[in-house]
Design a protein around this ligand. Structure first.
Ligand code: ITT
Length: 203
């Protein structure tokens, strides 16, 4: 088993996002997994469903890398904006940015929001995509706070926290609540339970 015996499938985490990579690293190192991060761009299909986007990207990544591979797609869903920016979060972050979102939220009292994560793992041994999801509820702060994390972290306050934004938390703290930590922990537990016999060349 991967955790006890150190026996684990080698896999590749494909992401261009250094913040994400750091969060995965903190979790997967705890499980003793053998993995590397590949900053490869994958085409993102247009879909309202993060799972469909992640599934498509992981199959593309596997077609290039030919190794067990993990891709995650995430987004910020704001209730009063009917779930915007959701699957468009990456594009909206680069265009409107945090300021743009705060502008759209000016004078809005209902500030509930959630981050969602869909993690897709393609396993050549089972020849299937295994999907894991995670969510965190919270609200949009009035002003950005904190320099840590990435993306919309400075304006997201997790409901289970102490009022600080994700931008004010270290990776370990963010990983106690985050959407990504939740999907990654589900994946990590699933993988730990299955790794008994790993055929070469994947061990
Ligand atoms: P890869 O696709 O290469 O992994 P990306 O940054 O494009 O990197 P996503 O499409 O999954 O990743 O993420 C979309 C955007 O949503 C991301 O750029 C951030 O702006 C935002 N986002 C996702 N997860 C976040 C988080 O934990 N904290 C803050 N913003 C986040």
């Amino acid at each position: 088993m991967s955790r006890k015996g150190g026996r684990s499938i080698r896999f590749v985490v494909v992401t261009t996002n250094k913040g994400k990579a750091e969060e995965f690293r903190e979790i997967f190192t705890r499980y003793g997994f053998k993995f590397r991060v590949e900053p490869m761009e994958t085409p993102e299909i247009q879909s309202m469903d993060l799972r469909e986007i992640a599934r498509n990207s992981v199959l593309y990544a596997y077609s290039v890398l030919r190794e067990p591979v993990l891709v995650e797609d995430a987004g910020l869903f704001i209730d009063s904006l009917k779930g915007f920016p959701g699957p468009f979060s990456s594009y909206v972050f680069k265009t409107l940015g945090i300021r743009g979102i705060l502008k759209l939220m000016e004078g809005v009292k209902e500030r509930r929001a959630r981050f969602k994560s869909a993690l897709a793992f393609y396993c050549p041994i089972t020849d299937s995509v295994h999907m894991f999801t995670g969510e965190v509820e919270g609200w949009i702060a009035e002003k950005p706070r904190g320099e840590k994390g990435f993306g919309f972290d400075p304006i997201f306050v997790p409901a289970e926290g102490d009022g600080r934004t994700f931008g004010e938390m270290d990776v370990e703290e963010k990983n106690e609540f985050s959407h990504r930590a939740r999907s990654a922990e589900k994946f990590a537990k699933w993988l730990s339970e299955r790794l008994v016999e790993i055929p070469p060349p994947y061990e």
